[in-house]
Structures are given as C-alpha cells and as structure tokens.
Design a protein around this ligand. Structure first.
Ligand code: NDP
Ligand code: OXD
Length: 309
C-alpha cells in the first residue's frame, strides 16, 4: 500500500518519519511526487488542490491531519464512497483547553487592565470577579469544546454549552439547535466558539446573535473565522457592547496587514495556533485507523460528509 502526504505548503519530514517508522512495509510518498497513483490507498490531506483526490483510483481512506475537515467535505470532486476521518488527539485537545482557559482567565482577572496600569505606573485595585456566578458558554460541545468546558467547570465557573444535538453533561446546562442559541448567549459573560466551519455555522456570530450577549461580554473564537461577521463584531466592540474579543482564527488567514483587528485596543490576535497537530502524537492515531482499515474494523473519528464535520 502507498500512503500519500498531500499537504501543500506544510513541512513533511516530521510526518513522514513516524509514518515510515510505524508502517515499515508500506510506501510513504509526499505530494506532488507520486510514482504510481494506482498504488495510493490512503491520503493524509490538508488544503489539497481541488480535483487532486480524483487521481487515485484505489483510494480507501482520507485522513485530515487536523480536527477540521472543511477542505475535504467542501470539495465536490472528492470520491463519494471513500471515508474521511479527522484528528482527535490529547495534545491537540490540551492545546485548545489551554487557549480557552488562558483567555477566559485573562479577562476574568483583569489582566489587560492591569498590564495597561503597570505600563502607566498606576497602582489600582480592581475588584475580584466572582467565579461561580460568572458564566462561560461554549459554542460547540465536541471533542475540544467538551474538554474546555470540563476544565472551566473544575476551576469553578458556571459553564453552559451549545451544540447541534441535545447533550446531557453533569453540571453543565446544555442548549441546542437554532432555538437554543439566543437563550444560551444571553447568559454568557464569556463565550468561546469552537464550532467547525459548515454551511450552518458560517456567520453565526452576527449582529443579532452578538446583540443577544450581555453587555460587556467577551468573545473568544478558536473554531473557524467563518463563524464571525467581522463588521458586526467590530461594531459591537466599538460600541462597548462587547468588552473584548480573543481571536485565533479569521475569515482570511494570514490576517491581512490592513485588518482593523491588529490594532484594535480590545482585541487579542493570535495566528491560528490555539492547538496544533503535532506529528509525533497525531501520526499514531492515523496509523491506528490504517490498521483498522486493513483489519476491516470500524474507523475512528469518521466525518459525516452531509453534516459537514
Ligand atoms: P467536533 O466535531 O468534535 O465538535 C463540533 C461541535 O460543534 C459539536 O458539539 C457539534 O454539535 C457542534 N456543532 C456543529 N455544527 C453545529 C451547529 N450547526 N449548531 C450547533 N452546534 C454545532 O469538533 P472538535 O471539537 O474536534 O473541533 C472543533 C473545531 O475546532 C474544528 O472543526 C476546527 O475548526 C477547530 N480547530 C481549531 C484549531 C485552532 O488551532 N484554532 C485547532 C483544532 C481545531 P454535536 O455535538 O451535536 O454534533
Ligand atoms: C485544525 C486546526 O483543524 O489546526 O486542526 O485548525
């Protein structure tokens, strides 16, 4: 079998080395060097060129090398019967939990105000905010959102979650579906968006839904930039309706130099590095799926193409 690493623009060596080590009897090729397309049975893909995946007549498995899969499910030329899997892995999850907790705590403990005061040599006591009565909402209670919710709960916050399907998570009030969105948002002092990029989630943080947040709320987005209508978010920051936005993902990446986010006084920009796929840890999970494929066992972390995630 040949395994093809098809991730244009990403370095390949850290992926190819563990693949070769764990699959010594298989060929591992790095696109665009494909000696025999008919031998390719597994593709590891990230932002692959459209139509490229049609070139492999014996393809049996497509694995994203990240948690997100919009680059795959939105490619209409993808061979229909081939399963798509994605990454759910502890290091990735820990990274996202750290990111969400970091940004919630920075606001909760007035870090931005205190840093500004330090720069101005101002000794100013700021009142502690009460943790158990501060509500953090998680938009997208999946692998990453669910883990962040659990840690925030453990710290002592009141945590609520919103997802597509109803959930029953002890200690976390759950909302679901379009009808549950505004009742959920209306309670959030902080809202962290960890939604995938799908037709249903695009623009979900817009003028109307942002207006449903309490005045002074803090928006965190580490899912996908497409969830946010930028003009509406900026207007809410400028009017004071939102106190801060912590943004790791953007409608255009890299964030263009003229984006108002760069210089906005109440925005924290990070360059889409909330959580990274680290090859040494992710490759074994992909290899497990390859072994399952060979053994005819059910695959793990299968994507539902129609749902889009
Ligand atoms: P999951 O598929 O495990 O979770 C997605 C969650 O979103 C689920 O709870 C799902 O609901 C919910 N959801 C999806 N569509 C809707 C909808 N229309 N309405 C309400 N809820 C919806 O994904 P992960 O947690 O693993 O990852 C989430 C996203 O995080 C990825 O898709 C990726 O875009 C992003 N990401 C960002 C990174 C970064 O560095 N910034 C790194 C890694 C991932 P339900 O549970 O009912 O299915
Ligand atoms: C992912 C990402 O989807 O890094 O894994 O954004």
């Amino acid at each position: 079998m040949a395994i093809l690493y098809l991730c244009p623009g990403r370095e390949s060596e850290s992926w190819v080395a563990p693949l070769k080590r764990l699959l010594p009897n298989d060929e591992v090729w790095v696109w665009p060097e494909v000696p025999d397309p008919a031998k390719v049975e597994v593709v590891l893909a990230w932002k692959q060129p459209r139509e490229e995946l049609q070139r492999y007549p014996n393809l049996k498995l497509i694995s994203s090398i990240g948690a997100g899969v919009e680059h795959l499910v939105e490619d209409p030329t993808l061979p229909r019967g081939v399963p798509i899997v994605r990454i759910v892995e502890d290091r990735l999850t820990i990274g996202m939990v750290e990111y969400v907790v970091l940004h919630v705590l920075k606001r909760h403990r007035w870090v931005q105000e205190m840093e500004a005061n330090q720069r101005a040599r101002i000794w100013k006591w700021l009142p502690p905010q009460d943790t158990p009565t501060t509500t953090v909402g998680i938009l997208g209670m999946g692998a990453l959102g669910g883990a962040a919710a659990a840690v925030l709960k453990q710290i002592g916050f009141r945590v609520i979650g919103w997802s597509r399907s109803p959930k029953s998570v002890p200690g976390i009030e759950s909302f679901h579906g379009r009808g549950g969105l505004e009742p959920f948002l209306s309670q959030c002092a902080h809202v962290a968006c960890l939604l995938p990029n799908t037709a249903e989630t695009r623009g979900i943080l817009n003028k109307a839904t942002i207006a449903a947040l309490p005045r002074g709320a803090h928006v965190i987005n580490a899912g996908r930039g497409s969830a946010v209508v930028d003009a509406d978010l900026l207007a809410a920051l400028d009017s004071g309706h939102l106190s801060w936005a912590s943004l790791d993902v953007f409608n255009t990446e890299p964030l263009p130099p003229d984006s108002p986010y760069w210089t906005h006084p109440r925005v924290t920009v990070t360059p889409h590095n909330a959580a990274d796929s680290i090859a040494d840890y992710v490759v074994p999970t992909i290899v497990e799926n390859i072994e399952r494929l060979r053994a005819g066992l059910p695959l793990k972390n299968v994507v539902d193409r129609d749902r889009g995630y």
